[in-house]
Write a protein that binds this ligand. Sequence first.
Ligand SMILES: [Zn+2]
Length: 427
Amino acid sequence: MRLRFLGGAKEVGRSCLLLSTDNTSILLDCGIKSAKPTEYPAFEDLPPVDAVIWSHAHIDHIGATPLLFSRGLLSDDFRGVFATPPTLALASILLPDSYTLALRQWRELGMEELYQHDHIARTLSSVKTVNLHEDFKIGDFRIKFYEAGHILGSCIIAVNVEGLNIVYTGNIGAPGRAEHLNPPEAVEGADVLLLESTYGLILQHPSLKEAKRRLISSIMDTIKRGGKVLIPAFSVGRGQKIMRVLRKANLGCKVYYDGMLKDTTWFYWRFTSYLSDALIREVCLTRSNPFIDGIEPINGMRERKKIVSSGKPCVILAPSGMLEGGWSPYYLKELAEDEKNRVILVGHQGEGTVGEKLSKGKRRVELYVPTEKFEWVKTEVEVKCEVEVIEGFSGHGAANDLRLYARSVRPDTIILFHGDPEAIEKL
Ligand SMILES: [Zn+2]
């Protein structure tokens, strides 16, 4: 058996691992790296691919899969993409969204389109869903999914091939970091553990309790002075975590959510069985939606305009988390002028993104603002409102959590991936 990283080694993004024997070649994840320009896995000298296995629906793990179709990199005996049912559901939202952003970039950089809508459709229609703990076989590989505790439907992939047990974590959460998900499962008997190391540099995340307290207190301060709060959030994972905090907080003002969060959160509700035991118990007791009860969706441009122009304080939760797509750039443009307002950044901000610039104190930024017809208008905005960064909501384990996980698996060999070189070195 041979193992080769096509991406995701000593970097965060474009996760893609090739496992091959003389008879079978499979990819574990096939993602992109959000950068300018976007980076894709190194597909050179790739043997024909017999199957792709997705660990979870984040775009840095699935976003390059349509390229396998557009470039004809699949074997004649291609068996499909294998994923949990919620991962398929979320991918059906995230892949088309990623294509919209890619199209904007290709046009901006004068590049040819690397794939089209048809390749996304072919990717999605090739997906075969497999539940956690169900065994399945692809050629020489026997595979099983385990809970990863990172986002809805995320899984650790256990592979048995030629007598070797390989455990690939994808991205893993940590006990107590996301009350709506079960913690990552220890997979026993691993010879090789491929362990993510995004937060290898950070021994321990700031406490979740403290992060929640700061978030509520900042919102209350803003409301008291008559301002509005914008929280740009990832549509899968971070968004739902923040919703869980806000719906219980009794803020005394309206809380809204917009954009893709409406679709992705519907799937969180649809696939409740993939959420934590504690959350299922809560649903049984309250008979209410554990994410959106008490939070209102924003539907259409008329409602958006009404909310931003109203004098009433409110909280708006909208993707994207880095203000590079979705409706968050629209709200930033509308709220930036008024010093009473506040933007709270709660997630990782990629290099060169609007979110990163704001988090580093830059106050004049270029935004792509969506229109009613889903066109993008490049706009320069001076940000006079307050900007705050609150850490502690991460869906990844920190160094201590990763070490504990590795100890629970007790492998002979550990290979670190999905981390910057410094993070990997430290871990
Ligand atoms: Zn992820």
